[in-house]
Ligand binder design. Structure first.
Ligand code: AMP
Length: 248
């Protein structure tokens, strides 16, 4: 049974307090929500986003995944994006904003979305606010806090399935068979931008361009919640995120 199946299976009995929590998660706040997962590389945004998607039944929008899909098309824009990502730099705001806007316009977003890796600059944060107002979504920012020394250690153990995108961490969530994806049997790979020198560059980019967005969120008066992502397991981090959601 996968992690998300385990979470859902805990929601199956009438008497289970988890069910009440689940109902609260779905109904807290009157407007559908955009849950913004914010934090440095390796803070667990992708893992938490997938778990929340399975729990809440709303789409997971990862700008990193969308850009990697674009790269796979092998055209001139894809090659340019690959160069930027491989060196640990950000892709231009206009490119990412357009991708996100096109995605938010799709009908499956009307009941809420989970944003993973967006916004990453002040300009993106400001555009996102206006998009969410336009689409009738309220913003809940979850800041996954993680020490940079832990970031480097975590990313060193990260592996990804090139076919289905499943993420593993050799220390925390290893695959059942070493080097092989549990879901489709594909050989796992290390992402090009997970090499240690690139991770250091990505952290530098985060510090210069992305971290200032935290102050922007704080000043915006919209909902903001900080979660320590150094917890022992992804489930424990998820429990804290759920706590933020029901206390809204
Ligand atoms: P991620 O998978 O979220 O770690 O993103 C991988 C890479 O994609 C980043 O290091 C950036 O080069 C690029 N990227 C992802 N999201 C954004 C964004 N919101 N703005 C600019 N570049 C992005």
């Amino acid at each position: 049974m996968g992690r998300s199946d385990r979470i859902l299976s805990t929601l199956n009995t009438e008497a289970d307090p988890e069910i009440r929590l689940h109902e609260q998660l779905q109904t807290a706040g009157s407007q559908p929500r955009a849950i913004v997962l914010f934090g440095p590389p390796g803070s667990g945004k992708g893992t938490q986003a997938k778990m929340l998607r399975d729990l809440l039944g709303i789409p997971h929008i990862s700008t990193g995944d969308m850009l990697r899909e674009r790269i796979a098309s092998n055209d001139a824009l894809g090659a340019e994006l690959r160069g930027l990502m491989k060196s640990g730099n950000l892709v231009p705001d206009e490119t990412v904003n357009r991708l996100v806007e096109e995605r938010l316009l799709r009908p499956d977003c009307k009941n809420g979305v989970i944003l993973d890796g967006y916004p990453r600059t002040l300009a993106q944060a400001s555009i996102l606010e206006s998009m969410l107002d336009r689409f009738g979504l309220t913003q809940l920012v979850i800041y996954l806090k993680l020490d940079y020394t832990k970031v480097i250690r975590r990313i060193a153990g990260r592996r990804q399935c090139p076919r289905c995108g499943a993420l593993y961490n050799l220390a925390v969530t290893p695959p059942k068979t070493s080097g092989i994806c549990d879901r489709d049997g594909e050989t796992l790979v290390i992402r090009e931008d997970d090499r240690e020198d690139v991770v250091r560059e990505r952290l530098d980019t985060y510090e210069r361009q992305t971290r200032p967005v935290l102050d922007y969120f704080a000043a915006s008066g919209r909902r903001f919640c900080e979660v320590d992502s150094a917890e022992a397991s992804a489930e424990q981090v998820l429990a804290k995120i759920r706590g933020c959601m029901v206390t809204e």
